[in-house]
Structure formats: C-alpha cells, structure tokens
Design a protein around this ligand. Structure first.
Ligand code: NAG
Ligand code: NAG
Ligand code: NAG
Ligand code: NAG
Ligand code: NAG
Ligand code: NAG
Ligand code: NAG
Length: 661
C-alpha cells in the first residue's frame, strides 16, 4: 500500500457528482474539481470534508472550517507568444528509423516519412490505452515512487493484454538544468523520455506524452501570486525542447499539453486556453513532423464540466489534428473508498455516470474525445462493484464515442514486477467491453439502506459454520453459463453441472457436497479455491470460495500519544487481507470525524476515508496521524471498528481498537 498523499492525488482528478446543481442539504459545495454552486441552503454551511469534497451540513460554520476556494487574482501581466522561442535544444535530437533530424531556423528537419492521421482516427485507434502511472511522472525522478524505472518488457505485456496505446505521464519540474530565461531541460532526461517513447512505439503501441505534475508546481496559473508571464515562457520553452527532441517521431506519437491544470474560474479557463495555444506554437516552432502531429488539448483539471464550460478551440492557424482529453474518477466515494462506500451499480449510479458522459458529448458534438485517466483500483474497491463499474463505464464511453486510457499507478492493476494482472477478471471485462461484446457480471449489494453487503465475487463461509449449498446471483445479460472449473494450487478441474452446481434463474447454486470438498473440514481462512465461470460470450468471471473469521488485532487499546503519528496496529488477517471500512465512534456515541455520515445508510454511518484517514499494509491496520489529532481535538476516548469483507450484519466481521484520552 502506498500511503502518501501525493500518490492519492495522482489518482485523483475530478468530482462531477453534484456539480452544477444548486446545492442541496448534504450536497457538494466545493472541493478540487468542483465548479457548481458553493452557497448552502439556510441553516447549512459548507464544510471541508477533504480537499476534494466540501459538503453542505447543518449548522453554522466554525470559523476554521469555512472553505477558502476564492480564486486567486487575475493575472496582472498578459503576454502573447508570437515569436519563436529563443532557446535552442542543448543536444541535437536523435532519431530512430530513417529519420535524421537537424535543426535550422525553422526547426528540426526530418528525413524519413510521417503518415498523417486525423485526430478521430488516432483517438479511435488508441482504444483501449494504459497509463504508465507513477513512473516518469514521479517526484522527483523515475524510480522515486512505487515503481522501478520502466522496463521495456512492460510494454510487451501491455500489448499482449490488448492495449493499443500508452499514455506516458512525465514530470519535468525536477529536470531543468537552468532557470529563466532559457529554462533548459537536462538532455539526459529528454533522451530518457525519447527512449521510453521508442520502447513503446517499436512494439506497436501508440504513445501519448505530456507535462504532468508540473501542473502542481510551477505551472499552476491559479496559485496565489502566480507569475503568469513566467509560467507562459517556461511552458513555451519546455514544450519547444520536448517537441524538438521528439520532432521526428512518427504519427503514433501524440502530445498532451499539461495534466489536470488547476483552476476554478473562467479567468483560469481563459489562461489555460492560452496555454493550449502556447503549446501548439512551441510544438510547431520545433518543426519536424510536429505540425501534423495529433494533440489532445485540455480544459481545467481535465474535468468534463470545466472543460465544457471554458474550453475554446485553438487558433485555426495551427494545422495539428486535435481532440480533447478529459479524466473521470467518479463517484468519489466508491472510487476512493470514502465513508464506507463499498458498493456501486444501482440504476442511479449508472444514470449519473451516463449523464456526465452525455453532457460532455453534447458540448463537443464534433470533437474527438479521449478519456485519458479513469480507474476503479483493484487495491481498494470491492471486487464485484469494480467489475460492474468497468463494464458500464467502458460501454458508456463507447456509446458516446469516447476512447479510454485506464490509469494504473503500478499498484492498481498490472504488477510490473510479477508480470501479472492483479485482477484478471477486470482485465477480461475491459477487453470484451471494448470489443462491444456482452459480459455476464457478478451481482453485489447496491441498496444504500442495506445493513450487510454481499458480493458474487466470493462464496464466504465463516469458520465453524456448517457447509451448506450456496446460491450466487449473477447478471447473465442474456448469456449462458457454459462451464465452471476450479483452480487449486494451479491444478484445474471441471465442475460437474447438476451435481457440483446448478443454474436456477439468475443464480448459480453450488451444492453442499461440492463445497465440502473445498472446505474439507479445514479452518484455514482466505481463498481456498478459485473458480472460473465461462459464458457463451464475454469475460470469464472468477469466483473465490473463501472462509473468514474476524481478524484479530495484536492489542485492542492504547492511550492517545502526546503527538500524532500514523498508528500501525499489527493484525492477524483472516479472510481478505484488507479492511472494507473503518468506523470511529466517541465514547459519548457521537461520530468522531465525518459527523454528517449519520445520515447515510447503516454501512456508511461514522465511517472514515481510506488513505487520508485509514490504510493497511501486509501486517497492520493503520490509523493516520490526522485521526489521532481528531481524537485529541474531541478530547474523548474513541473506538475504531475495523470492518472486513464480507460485511455481515451487526459488525460481526470486525475488530475494535480504542484510543483512550
Ligand atoms: C514575472 O516573470 C517575468 C519573466 O520571468 C519577470 O520578468 C517578472 O519580473 C516577474 N514578475 C514578478 C512580479 O516577479
Ligand atoms: C454542457 O456541459 C455542461 C456542464 O456539464 C452541462 O450542464 C450542459 O448541459 C452541457 N450541454 C449540453 C447541451 O448538454
Ligand atoms: C466518433 O467520433 C469521430 C470523431 O472523433 C467520428 O469521426 C466518428 O464518425 C464517430 N463515430 C460514431 C459512431 O459516432
Ligand atoms: C474449527 O473451528 C471450530 C470452531 O470455530 C472448532 O470447533 C473445530 O474444532 C475447528 N476444526 C479444526 C479442524 O481445527
Ligand atoms: C438466488 O440467490 C439469492 C441469494 O442467495 C436468493 O435470495 C434467491 O432466492 C435465489 N433465487 C433463486 C431463484 O433461487
Ligand atoms: C495446496 O497446497 C497447500 C500448501 O502447499 C497444501 O497444504 C494443500 O493441501 C494443497 N491443497 C490441495 C487441494 O491440493
Ligand atoms: C466492535 O464494537 C461494536 C460496537 O461498537 C460491536 O457491534 C462489534 O461487535 C465489535 N466487534 C467485535 C469484534 O467485538
């Protein structure tokens, strides 16, 4: 598990939920990526739940929690980049293939050929794509986060998994060798990026190169006191150098000006439109094949709503084929495991997602659209909910003619070290959804009022309970189940229809006799067998036959320390090795942190948020330092209930830990 805030933010992009509606009680009223109304109804105030989510809650604002989203002042200096940037690349670009570039007054001259492609053809052909996340974009250098420097073989596996493209996020901020006015980039870093581009394209993948976390640092036009002139100059010079280095790459290489540029106002939006133009000017000035290269331009935050609001097409003088790129991580609570939300897939969930895509498409009727980041991570989302989310998002994207590039920070999906997909089912669902093939899906709880949550990704039995027949509900979606096979210790054997299992309407019922062969009188917890269900079409679905007991913590209480640090509590896992949710109740029965969650369903009341507030690793459950601060601020002994999968009635599958004050 990666706990750092920066990694969380890598995954974060937009919150579209509730945007634009006039605020309602308990509705969203602010947060990064939010552009809707910020005034709450009377008797409610706007509370900062976290940097991504402000919410209208009853009462009046304590002076310390009033959100401060007011935009920064307008740029005082306005420049127009009309001339060729004066900096010249510090090393002459190298080439692959037949291209042999040289620079001249009008930029790089390439030999060799370039096959022009329209933006719509390019974006259609890159579907589906995969993000090389947390790698070249790491702060400060490749290898500094959770991934080793990229190995070319990674691209073989990405191609073999059916991906057509890679987005290569690159952070340049820590690779400048000189400051104003030249803003020279380390030639070795330009070479490294060029080499990785070649490693991807040599294998037949399209490659999309960008300027990534620079948007957090020097390139944030919305930051207080931002020197817009300097940002524009630096941005121009950076892109001139990148585009010079990559000038002779073929048409399989495309550019994206900047990742998720912050901003909340029309003014920020206008400045970003200007930066899109500065980017195009620099790319064209660099010469080579760049004037014909595909680019995916961006709106604020690469957020669909803000892009709809403020994006302006580039000047017609630019010849580059262009599309628009946006990112989508919604709904926030499911994607980021906030407030005990471990379910997705209700009719409302689907309608909300579709409305977001539909509104964007309606604003860009004739523009190729690329969803450049989206995800429901294997790390933290519930399995059956994740499968439904992948299937529905990809079908909805296809319906609205949107190509997709899945985010993967190296922990989410593809394990680059083991060369394994962490959840092969979700990969299969992606592959067939992109092909337009129907998938059968596992059912799971979607009712917000439920007191327990079931998931057809698992057959669960509690240690000590008798083995009984179990009915597992599916969404067959018109398909038929053709076979089930069991894999145990890498040997596979077919199950016998009629005796081992039977299909009853939309249920697959496993006989007690069959399940007894798996449980075999053992009290071992965790997955004892993995079944593969195959259907007349679409992806096979995994079904884990597993056993649980409440995991035990090494200790059950401690005194609040004088200063807060992350509290790691050793745990003996038993079942699935991660918490589903964590509840925090004070000794007076009140909710410690997210008081407003009392109005949510029984599975969400009093629950905190993954990563900022709780986490886990191989041997611990973790309460983050801010949670201890909250206990100190409340001045009350607090009991934390770590809930595990399956989430059964009455918090039976849980472990309590009390911090005494
Ligand atoms: C902003 O940056 C420009 C260009 O680097 C510089 O000339 C100017 O002095 C800066 N303005 C301020 C207020 O620092
Ligand atoms: C354009 O997008 C905005 C923001 O999402 C939305 O409110 C509006 O309905 C969209 N326009 C159309 C024609 O759907
Ligand atoms: C999808 O959009 C592209 C433009 O990006 C257009 O050329 C193509 O015809 C569209 N396809 C469908 C099925 O609407
Ligand atoms: C399994 O656990 C149950 C109670 O939870 C116990 O009665 C039984 O003896 C255990 N069986 C084995 C094989 O350890
Ligand atoms: C299907 O399984 C569910 C959950 O086990 C059960 O509630 C339901 O009655 C079953 N339906 C049929 C037709 O067997
Ligand atoms: C699987 O392997 C484990 C450990 O090697 C062993 O204890 C278990 O009996 C094996 N199970 C089967 C069904 O072969
Ligand atoms: C933890 O405490 C809650 C009450 O706050 C209780 O319902 C639950 O059973 C407890 N869990 C365990 C494992 O004791």
């Amino acid at each position: 598990m990666m706990a750092s805030k920066s990694l969380r933010a890598v995954l974060l992009a937009t919150i579209l939920q509730g945007a634009f509606a006039v605020t309602t009680p308990w509705g969203q009223c602010g947060g990064k990526g939010y552009t809707g109304d910020e005034d709450c109804p009377s008797e409610y105030y706007c509370k900062v739940q976290n940097e991504w989510y402000f919410q209208c809650v009853p009462g009046t604002a304590p002076s310390t929690t009033v959100p401060t989203t007011s935009p920064t002042s307008s740029p005082t200096v306005s420049t127009t980049i009309t001339s060729t940037p004066t900096s010249t690349p510090t090393s002459s670009p190298t080439s692959s293939g037949t291209a042999s570039p040289t620079t001249s007054g009008s930029g790089v001259q390439c030999t060799g050929t370039f096959t022009p492609v329209s933006a719509s053809a390019y974006i259609a052909a890159l579907n589906p794509g995969w993000n090389l996340g947390n790698t070249l974009d790491a702060i400060e250098d490749e290898g500094d986060w959770n991934n080793a420097p990229v190995a070319p073989s990674t691209f073989d596996s990405i191609l073999a998994a059916g991906f057509q493209s890679v987005r290569l996020p690159v952070t340049w901020a820590y690779h400048f060798t000189s400051g104003s006015p030249t803003w020279d980039v380390d030639p070795a870093w330009l070479q490294r990026v060029s080499d990785v581009v070649d490693q991807a394209t040599e294998r037949g993948l399209k490659a999309l190169v960008n300027v990534h976390h620079d948007s957090w640092t020097w390139a944030d036009v919305s930051a207080a006191g931002a020197n817009i002139t300097e940002i524009e100059e630096k941005f121009s010079r950076l892109w001139f150098q990148i585009a010079t280095k990559l000038a002779c790459k073929g048409s399989e290489v495309a550019f994206e000006p900047i990742n998720e540029p912050p901003g909340t106002t029309a003014e920020h939006g206008a400045e970003l439109n200007k930066l899109n133009g500065i980017f195009l000017q620099a790319v064209n000035d660099a010469g080579g094949f760049n004037p014909e290269r595909v680019v995916t331009l961006v709106g604020l935050g690469e957020d669909a709503v803000k892009t709809s609001l403020w994006f302006e097409p580039p000047d017609e003088k630019f010849t580059n084929p262009w599309g628009v790129q946006f990112h989508y991580y919604s709904p926030y609570d499911f994607i980021f495991s906030a407030w005990g939300k471990t379910t997705w897939g209700s009719a409302t969930d689907k309608a909300t997602l579709e409305a977001d895509f539909s509104a964007l498409r309606a604003n860009f009727t004739n523009v190729p659209l690329l969803l450049g980041e989206w995800d429901a991570s294997t790390t933290n989302t519930e399995t059956a909910g994740r499968w439904k989310y992948f299937d529905f998002l990809l079908r909805t994207a296809a319906k609205y003619n949107v190509s997709t590039i899945m985010w993967d920070n190296g922990l989410d999906h593809y394990d680059r070290v083991a060369d394994e997909w962490r959840d092969p089912t979700v990969l299969g669902i992606l592959q067939s959804a992109v092909e337009g093939e129907t998938n059968a899906l596992a059912e799971s709880t979607t009712d917000a009022a439920a007191t327990s949550a079931v998931s057809s990704a698992y057959v669960w039995k509690k240690v000590g309970d008798d083995v009984t027949a179990v009915s597992v509900p599916y969404q067959f979606n018109g398909l038929t189940l053709t076979s089930i096979s069991e894999t145990t210790n890498s040997t596979s054997k077919p199950l016998v229809a009629g005796s081992d299992y039977a299909v009853e309407e939309s249920n697959v019922t496993f006989s007690a006799e069959y399940l007894s062969t798996v449980y075999a009188g053992s009290n071992a917890t965790g997955t004892l067998a993995t079944l593969a269900l195959e259907f007349s079409a679409g992806a096979p679905l995994a079904l884990r036959v597993a056993q649980w007991a409440p995991p035990k913590l090494a200790s059950t209480s401690s005194a609040l320390p004088a200063t807060s640090a992350d509290l790691l509590i050793p745990v003996a896992w038993a079942g699935q090795n991660r918490p589903a949710a964590v509840r925090a109740l004070k000794s007076d029965g009140g909710i410690l942190i997210e008081d407003w969650t009392q109005y949510l369903g029984p599975l969400q009341q009093g629950r905190m948020t993954y990563e900022n507030q709780w986490n886990w690793d191989e041997g611990h459950v973790i309460l983050k330092a801010p949670v201890l601060d909250a206990v100190r601020a409340a001045g009350r002994t607090t009991t934390f209930t770590f809930e595990f999968y399956p989430r059964v009635e009455g918090l039976v599958n849980s472990a309590n830990y009390t911090i005494t004050v």
